[in-house]
Design a protein around this ligand. Structure first.
Ligand SMILES: [Zn+2]
Length: 232
């Protein structure tokens, strides 16, 4: 396995674990193999985000079958395999159950642009509403990939979120930003609507500034350093 990819997967786990986004051991993250796009590397079942190691990383094919690695495969692997199949442009998938984002998945309210975090999702979110149960089959995985469509994120009613990226750095920062943005949405409701939303022209220019690949790497590297210091 490519050492850089292995290191990035471990660091992604450290960042998501430090942000307490794991929901015990239920969250998972994967990276598509840059040398073979028909397989991907994934966090194993039964461990926390911050417990990913070189030995326990699981390798899977696009049918969701385990083809290598020491850990146990997550039963929700089909979220990852079906998205990689449907979206060749994506190279990282994260599925987890963050507090504010998960409750927002069940809110039938408009997305209000009231902060920079909210701007990051101004072009829309996918919504998966077929089932609230775990995604344990290729069929339900295809349903999630279909709900994702051309979006970056799919909100899964009563369950959690699936966040994607062209890179793992992008997917991790987007997951953290989504939780911040959903927190803002919930605060808007708590403030009973007395919030001024951004102008359309501000949204356009901010979106271009925020969706910056280099900045995803800078922020990912910073959060990885911070998470490693916590472990010392
Ligand atoms: Zn789940």
């Amino acid at each position: 396995m490519n050492q850089h990819v292995e290191q990035r997967l471990i660091e992604a786990g450290l960042i998501l674990g430090a942000a307490d986004l794991g929901d015990f051991t239920r969250g998972h993250v994967s990276i598509r193999d840059p040398e073979n796009p028909s397989r991907f590397f994934m966090k194993p079942h039964s461990v926390g985000f911050e417990e990913i190691t070189s030995e326990n990383i699981v390798t899977c094919d696009l049918e969701g079958q385990k083809i290598g690695g020491g850990g146990r495969r997550h039963s929700e692997v089909f979220i990852h395999s079906e998205i990689y199949k449907a979206r060749p442009d994506l190279n990282s998938v994260i599925h987890t159950h963050p507090k504010y984002a998960t409750i927002w998945c069940s809110a039938e309210r408009p997305w209000r642009i009231v902060s920079q975090a909210c701007v990051a999702f101004a072009d829309g979110l996918g919504y998966y509403q077929d089932i609230v149960n775990l995604i344990r089959s290729p069929e339900t995985g295809r349903g999630v990939a279909g709900a994702l469509g051309h979006h970056k994120v799919v909100m899964m009613r009563g369950h959690g979120v699936t966040v994607t990226g062209v890179s793992v750095e992008e997917a991790v920062i987007r997951t953290l930003t989504l939780e911040n943005a959903c927190h803002d949405q919930v605060l808007c409701l708590a403030m009973d609507g007395d919030i001024v939303e951004f102008e359309e022209s501000d949204i356009e220019s901010l979106r271009a500034n925020l969706d910056n690949r280099d900045q995803y790497v800078v922020n990912f590297d910073y959060l990885a350093r911070k998470a490693k210091k916590r472990l010392l």
